[in-house]
Design a protein around this ligand. Structure first.
Ligand code: FES
Ligand code: FES
Length: 242
């Protein structure tokens, strides 16, 4: 995530950094021999190179296939037919959801369009803005850069999971109290990044807070208020509340 933020900041081939970031999410290369190349995803399932490229989305495809003529690119993209499904179980906000997903579907798509967790926002859709941030095993991740099939067997937390019914979570309350938004579009992602930081660090420094939200772009420039809200949220959490 941090690498993607730096890439965006300096406008240096953000797609390449996005692919590297996805690699960090659990995609490991096994063998290197043409179409027999195997990739291992975080869920333990093997994918061929073609399946991986097809599933990884347009951003990754552009980088991986940038040297191919248009027709070859189309042929590669047609390997997995639309409608073919993988049966997976996702653990979201403490509840299990069994569903059929296409291998190419991102976690963001499944959360919003299939399951209705619309607090998670889509901004860029390619690992640059952080609007789609969720927690995966308590670590902030871009849902747009995570395949749904990768997310099986891990614990996913969305903004809805921070609430108790209609009651806001502590980080949400701190954002409201400190007026840490203007248009609000980046806010769910900012809150999830702060939540992820506070789950591992009870006394974050300003530098740690800045680093934690460095992958979340706020086009309204509300950063100073966001930093104050994060400090206040840490105090609220240390106070013993949830
Ligand atoms: S990083 Fe922009 S929508 Fe995911
Ligand atoms: S509050 Fe508008 S983008 Fe952050």
């Amino acid at each position: 995530m941090f690498i993607a933020a730096i890439a965006n900041k300096f406008l240096v081939l953000p797609h390449i950094f996005a692919v590297i970031d996805m690699t960090n999410l659990g995609m490991e290369e096994d063998a290197m021999s043409g179409d027999k190349e195997k990739y291992q995803c975080a869920c333990g399932k093997g994918l061929t190179r073609r399946q991986f490229l097809t599933s990884a989305g347009a951003g990754a495809l552009v980088v991986a296939d940038s040297g191919l003529p248009g027709k070859e690119r189309e042929a590669s993209a047609a390997v997995i037919k639309s409608g073919e499904g993988n049966k997976i179980t996702l653990l979201i906000n403490g509840k299990q959801f069994q569903m059929l997903v296409e291998p190419r579907w991102s976690l963001l798509y499944v959360l919003r369009e299939e399951l209705g967790f619309t607090a998670t926002k889509e901004g860029c859709g390619r690992g640059e803005c952080g609007a789609c941030t969720v927690l995966i095993d308590n670590i902030p991740r871009y849902a747009c850069m995570t395949l749904a099939v990768e997310a099986e067997g891990v614990e996913i937390t969305t903004l809805e999971g921070l609430m108790k019914g209609e009651e806001l979570g502590l980080v949400q309350k701190a954002f409201v109290e400190h007026d840490a938004f203007q248009c609000g579009y980046c806010t769910p992602g900012q809150i999830m990044s702060v939540e992820g930081l506070l789950r591992k660090e009870q006394h974050p420094s300003t530098e740690q807070i800045r680093l934690a939200v460095s992958g979340n772009l706020c086009r309204c420039g509300a950063y100073n208020h966001i930093f104050e809200a994060a400090k206040h949220a840490a105090e609220l959490k240390r106070g013993g509340a949830r």
